[in-house]
Design a protein around this ligand. Structure first.
Ligand SMILES: O=C(O)c1ccccc1N[C@@H]1O[C@H](COP(=O)(O)O)[C@@H](O)[C@H]1O
Length: 207
């Protein structure tokens, strides 16, 4: 059977306006970054307003980097996200604790796969996502080198944009593609034409 079309996550959303445009362009998920170091940091209140403005068909993902359990759960609740994305060197116990409350995207790097990290096969509440070593850095991965180790059903991020996403889909067949840097006019502000082009490029690609 043919692979289904990958879904699309537009990450780093910081306003109602950008959320509404991404949803109208066909995004399946929006990402809201709550890591204090991020240039796309958004408050839970703005994330909640943006997420509620797009209706129930669009997933709302809260993104965290090496933050404590209380902070993750409290922020996720305030922002009314529907899933949580976890970056950083976290224990399996921590990931499972968050997964008791929200579907989790557990971010792995190529080095984690090479080292035999847990890829959460058979754990429905946790989906692996592959990203570059520097999250939000806009640097693409070497997809060819990951053909053998990319987990089935995983999501893919790392330097994706309208110009290269078709290649990534054809090589790795991810369940969802996710982008930030290549879709911005400046950090934290989307370029609507790039968002539209990104989603269009995904829809035009046969896996
Ligand atoms: O973008 C950020 O600033 C960020 C900060 C902390 C954790 C994650 C962050 N972004 C994530 O990076 C990937 C893809 O980024 P890019 O397309 O390579 O720029 C995506 O999963 C974001 O959620």
């Amino acid at each position: 059977m043919a692979d289904p079309m990958p879904r699309v996550k537009v990450c780093g959303t910081t306003s109602v306006q950008d959320a509404v445009h991404a949803a109208q362009a066909g995004a399946d998920a929006l990402g809201f970054i709550f890591a204090p170091i991020s240039k796309r940091l958004v408050s839970p209140q703005v994330a909640r307003a943006a997420g509620l403005s797009v209706g129930p068909a669009v997933a709302r993902v809260g993104v965290f980097l090496d933050q404590g359990l209380d902070e993750v759960l409290r922020t996720a609740e305030l922002a009314r996200v529907s899933a949580v994305q976890l970056h950083g060197p976290l224990s399996e116990a921590f990931v499972r604790a968050v997964a008791n409350f929200y579907p989790v995207l557990r971010v792995l790097r190529p080095a984690d796969l090479a080292a035999g990290a847990e890829v959460w096969a058979g754990v429905p509440a946790v989906t692996p996502m592959l990203d570059a070593p520097q999250p939000g850095g806009g640097v693409p991965l070497d997809w060819e080198s990951l053909r053998e180790t990319f987990p089935p059903g995983a999501w893919l991020a790392g330097g994706l944009g309208p110009w290269n996403v078709a290649g990534a889909i054809r090589v790795l067949r991810p369940a969802c593609v996710d982008a930030v840097s290549q879709l911005e006019a400046r950090p934290g502000v989307k370029d609507p034409a790039k968002v539209t082009a990104f989603i269009g490029a995904v829809r035009a690609t046969t896996p």
